[in-house]
Design a protein around this ligand. Structure first.
Ligand code: SAM
Length: 312
């Protein structure tokens, strides 16, 4: 039998193929399952994961299909193309993916862990770049429902999603060539512990792809938002400076092998859409001064680091 990444990962993830939410409790589960189970299960399907996440199959009622997919909103990450339906998510995740691709890291044949994967948009793009297998961890069941819906069409057996937090999963005997942590560091109460947990799961020449918000250098190691609110987001504990990130890496004996430029987030990348009709980027910034968040902090700029164990 084909083992998915390791015996441990295979065992932990196998049941979620048929039962995406496992025994996690959520009032919305039944409604989501009803939608997912009512989606068409086409045999004759064209899939493109290289330049986008798109599926195409014969369907006599795309309008009805769109109505079903809309019931899984809010769609935060995307876009996904299902026949003529464009799931225009809140984030245009192509932009972050382009910034990652510019770092020229080869994904071919790699086993990957994507921690905080959202609905799997990036995982599908990783497969499109030739990754061997991708394990997604995502505790928010709304994202899990969207993954199940999209993978209902794609039918990928080399991407699996576990609806659990990294620290609760207790992986002990598995390792990954690449580990993605995108948009997680600033939500950690103990960012050093987060990175150290990722480091433990790296294979010999493994690399961590860390993507996070960076605050300006006047904050020393990190900006600590009052009451954990930053750009209208709750649970933001530390927004590290570049210096603060590098000092964390040094404490953990991690070396930066590549890094991106800082990229300011704009309403081209994050905005309200039909598929995410609630508060979005416009409520994150001060309406009279777009260089500040509503709380008066510097507006978000994001950056990628690729890290490996420096062995010292
Ligand atoms: C800001 S979103 C980023 C999503 C995606 N990685 C991206 O870059 O667009 C953070 C995601 O991480 C998930 N998350 C938060 N804490 C986590 C943890 N301890 N383990 C795994 N996922 C976590 C959240 O549910 C959320 O979907």
């Amino acid at each position: 039998m084909n083992i998915f990444i390791s015996e441990e990962v295979d065992k932990l993830s196998r049941d979620y193929i048929e039962n995406p939410f496992g025994n996690r409790k959520d009032k919305r589960k039944e409604g989501w399952l009803e939608i997912i189970n009512a989606l068409p299960k086409p045999d004759d399907i064209q899939v493109d994961l290289a330049t986008q996440v798109s599926v195409n199959f014969p369907c006599d009622d795309n309008k009805k299909l769109e109505e079903k997919l809309l019931r899984l909103l809010p769609w935060r990450k995307g876009p996904f193309k299902v026949n003529e339906i464009i799931i225009d998510s809140e984030w245009d995740s192509r932009k972050k993916w382009e910034r990652f691709l510019n770092l020229n890291l080869d994904l071919k044949g790699k086993t990957i862990l994507d921690v905080g994967s959202g609905n799997g948009y990036y995982a599908f793009r990783m497969i499109g770049e030739g990754a061997d297998k991708v394990l997604c961890l995502e505790p928010n069941l709304m994202h899990v429902s969207q993954f199940a819906a999209i993978n209902n069409f794609i039918g990928s057996k080399i991407v699996r999603m576990i609806p659990e937090r990294l620290e609760l999963l207790g992986l002990e005997s598995s390792s990954f060539d690449l580990i993605f942590s995108m948009g997680l560091l600033y939500h950690q109460r103990n960012p050093k512990k987060h990175l150290s947990e990722l480091k433990k799961l790296l294979s010999g020449n493994g690399k961590i792809i860390l993507e996070t918000i960076i605050s300006p250098k006047q904050y020393g190691e990190a900006l600590e938002p009052e009451e954990g609110r930053y750009a209208s987001m709750p649970n933001v504990h530390y927004v590290h400076t570049d210096f603060g990130c590098k000092s964390l890496f040094k404490q953990l004996s991690m070396r930066v092998v590549a890094e991106s430029q800082l990229e300011i987030t704009t309403s081209d990348e994050q905005r309200k859409t039909k598929w995410m009709p609630f508060k979005s980027f416009e409520s994150a910034l001060d309406e009279n001064n777009n260089s500040l968040t509503v709380e008066g902090y510097p507006a978000p700029k994001r950056k990628f680091y690729i890290l490996e164990d420096s062995g010292i």
